[in-house]
Design a protein around this ligand. Structure first.
Ligand SMILES: NC(=O)c1ccc[n+]([C@@H]2O[C@H](COP(=O)([O-])OP(=O)(O)OC[C@H]3O[C@@H](n4cnc5c(N)ncnc54)[C@H](OP(=O)(O)O)[C@@H]3O)[C@@H](O)[C@H]2O)c1
Length: 328
């Protein structure tokens, strides 16, 4: 039976329901197809092309929170592609170690800036002095903190509150404000903002972290829209779990796997998406997770699921601690 004959044979109510159902299926299929094409372009096609970052964006890259984890790998990957690096982070010895590794391995210039982003507004004058007279081509707003483990808000300390505000939130527009004017004058540059899948919906027991990442995501997407056509690329990266110090409180999210890449695996993928995706998870397996979360979950299901998941992580962490205490 042809489709139109089938539809004509239905009653009015069934007809309306069938058409609505078919339209919904068509929307899901087309959306899935579109996301798949974009995903393949960002994560696989992009790898085939040599990226001339210095020519496209400028000589120097600035990476915040670069002495460990994702930031350290961004600094190394950008240096590998010939960029000089301004390394901004908190612990001087770690900064110096990363700096000498980069100079030795890639033969580029580095400049070390030791600041604690918790200190807020006063640090940006000092950072600005280090950036003067440099052609900054790429800014990676990476620095971020998270609660030491999932917890109810009343257990978070004053320091937790101000570090989330000053490190995760304030640093992103403040660093961008320092660097964007120079990029606009030159008509080229890229700002990469590291948000998180955690910013897609609120997350109980990690509420303050998720809220700061929603800020980064929204700010970054708005910035991208404002500077389209100016020569400036603004990219938002929304990773899921990456095996770094941030996830070490529970082996369930620290042990590397296909869905929990190490920082080098994650960044070698994420860096290729620059210029190929305005907003990307950075890594193909995280792309599937973000797609499912944003298209098939609502905030209630996401919050319920994350409340249960964070409670499980907390129990797992306590069990491991009890085991370790028992060993000693
Ligand atoms: N890991 C994940 O699963 C994950 C998932 C999604 C998004 N992200 C985001 O990715 C970014 C990097 O996370 P990560 O996992 O690489 O974290 P990480 O391994 O804990 O590294 C954080 C880096 O930031 C520096 N830092 C922390 N607080 C600072 C402060 N107050 N002032 C200056 N520097 C400071 C640290 O310096 P020290 O060396 O001195 O500690 C370190 O270099 C964050 O924005 C995070 O929210 C991470």
């Amino acid at each position: 039976m042809a489709c139109h004959e089938f539809l004509l044979g239905l009653g009015d109510f069934e007809y309306v329901l069938t058409v609505v159902g078919l339209l919904y299926v068509a929307k899901v299929v087309l959306q899935g197809l579109w996301e798949t094409i974009n995903g393949v372009r960002a994560h696989f096609w992009s790898r085939l092309w040599d990226k001339r970052l210095v020519d496209t964006y400028g000589k120097w890259a600035v990476v915040t929170g670069c002495s460990d984890g994702i930031g350290k790998e961004y600094a190394k990957e950008l240096a590998k592609r010939g960029m000089n690096i301004v390394l901004i982070s908190r612990t001087l010895e770690k900064l110096q170690k990363v700096s000498s590794e980069i100079v030795q391995e890639y033969g580029v210039e580095t400049e070390v800036v030791q600041v604690d982003f918790i200190d807020g507004r006063p640090i940006y004058e000092d950072i600005g002095k280090h950036l003067q007279d440099k052609e900054i081509g790429i800014l990676v707003n990476n620095v971020g903190v998270m609660l030491s483990h999932p917890m109810e808000f009343e257990l978070a300390s004053e320091k937790d509150i101000w570090s989330h505000v000053n490190v995760n939130v304030a640093s992103v527009p403040a660093m961008t404000k320092l660097i964007l004017p120079g990029m606009l004058l030159r008509g080229k540059g890229a700002v990469i903002n590291i948000a998180s899948i955690a910013g897609c919906y609120p997350i109980p027991l990690m509420g303050i972290y998720a809220a700061t990442k929603a800020f980064v995501d929204y700010f970054s997407q708005a910035l991208e829209w404002e500077y389209r056509g100016s020569g400036i690329t603004v990219q938002t990266i929304t990773p899921a779990y990456v095996s770094t110090n941030m996830t070490k409180f529970s082996e369930l999210i620290h042990k590397p796997s296909v869905f929990i890449p190490t920082a080098p695996t994650f960044v070698s993928s994420a860096i290729n998406t620059l210029g190929y995706a305005r907003r990307s998870s950075g890594y193909w397996a995280h792309g599937i997770q973000v797609y499912l979360v944003e298209n098939f979950l609502n905030s209630w299901i996401f919050m319920y699921g994350n409340y249960m998941w964070n409670s499980l992580l907390l129990r797992n962490m306590k069990k491991n601690q009890a085991y370790q205490d028992f060993q000693y």
